[in-house]
Design a protein around this ligand. Structure first.
Ligand code: ZN
Length: 164
């Protein structure tokens, strides 16, 4: 079990619910159920996206899109003070991209450990990338999550993806 961080605010949960909504939209449009939102230091949403892998490019994760967008549009200070919200904890690729562009805190609804447990439970073969937590890839990034309030909803999206 991943320990509940305990630092999530009502505002965090509102942002995470938007991420889950984006994940739901992704699944409905044929992509995998992951959604993410980038918020600036004043609480304004700067950029949001969902998974877009159905075209065959498995690197089209929303967290990676956020890192690229931030590198192109934000100053180093703006990146450092921005908060990334995401329905599922960053994968190793996205954690690395996040750290390389100098983005700030990450808040996630469900952890990689939770997703890994669900996939194991359903007999889904593991992906090609080790399921590392953000902290193992980007130890300097502040992280909060998971949000137990959203676990069932996110689990249900992944169950639908895998036909469970
Ligand atoms: Zn990723």
């Amino acid at each position: 079990m991943t320990a509940y961080d305990g630092t999530l605010t009502d505002t965090d949960l509102t942002r995470l619910r938007r991420c889950v909504q984006l994940a739901t939209e992704a699944l409905a449009s044929g992509d995998e159920p992951f959604g993410s939102v980038l918020v600036d230091a004043d609480g304004n949403t700067l950029f949001e996206d969902h998974n877009r892998v159905q075209g065959g490019d498995a690197t089209q994760h929303p967290e990676f899109a956020i890192a690229r967008w931030a590198a192109e549009h934000l100053t180093p200070e703006q990146r450092r003070t921005a908060v990334t919200y995401t329905s599922g904890e960053h994968c190793a690729m996205c954690s690395a991209a996040h750290a390389w562009v100098g983005l700030g805190k990450i808040v996630y609804a469900t952890s990689t450990e939770q997703l890994t447990d669900w996939l194991n439970e359903w007999g889904v073969a593991p992906g090609p990338v080790a399921p590392l937590p953000i902290r193992a890839v980007a130890p300097g990034v502040e992280v909060a999550g998971p949000a137990p309030e959203l676990a069932d909803e996110v689990r249900a999206l992944h169950a639908r993806l895998h036909g469970v």
